[in-house]
Design a protein around this ligand. Sequence first.
Ligand SMILES: [Zn+2]
Length: 262
Amino acid sequence: VWVPEIASEELLRCVHTEEYLNSFINGRINEQEQRRTGFPWSKGLVRRCRYETGGTLLAAEVALHRGLACSTAGGTHHAFPSFGSGFCLLNDLAVAAKYLISSSPGRKVLIVDLDVHQGDGTAFIFKEEPCVFTFSVHCGKNFPLRKQQSDLDVSVEDGLEDEEYLSTVEAHLPSVLEIFRPDVVLYDAGVDPHWEDELGRLRLTDQGLYRRDLYVMKTVVSRGVPVATVIGGGYSRDIDKLALRHSIVHRAATQVWRECGM
Ligand SMILES: [Zn+2]
């Protein structure tokens, strides 16, 4: 177990505007902006988001050395450079991807975003960046209303169940890996496609999420590409149940680690 460092302002500036960082860190975001993020501002919130971003960065670095690493937070893909949105204040995936491409010129990063919502902030941030490929599978009728354009968007219908969902992922991931040939993958394993999720609209089971995570990690790792995972979204009033659901990716990772002799 590694403990992350807090993400510095300098690091965050690779994605976020100076103005936004100043107002977010110092608590100068107004009521309307706070409503858009879904969270009332507090110093604790700032600390949490900065550590979360540090955690995603650390997972990416550990993955580069060990082949597979999982953060216990992250996946705040709705955050844009100059504003927060949909429970996302800082875009940890974008910060980690920017860091990865700037620390090694020519390195290519694939973001696999299987949270039930489209990763609109991430898609926007990398729309002109050829070294980062954004791949999102999401429920078309779900938030955000106005989608951005990822490098590959797969929009699915409400009520999708395990088998159809898994075959959708299986139909696209291998060709994305084949064509883009990433050097590292960031995987957003959001659990909000779960049937019991309060915001999801899809009908995946625990087993379906487990099979999905296992498939993604095995498919990437078996090609010799390192993968770092983040937990993404998940919404339930029962926090114990939700925490257990978020741990599916870690349990699947343990199986990959064992089976792939890592
Ligand atoms: Zn989500």
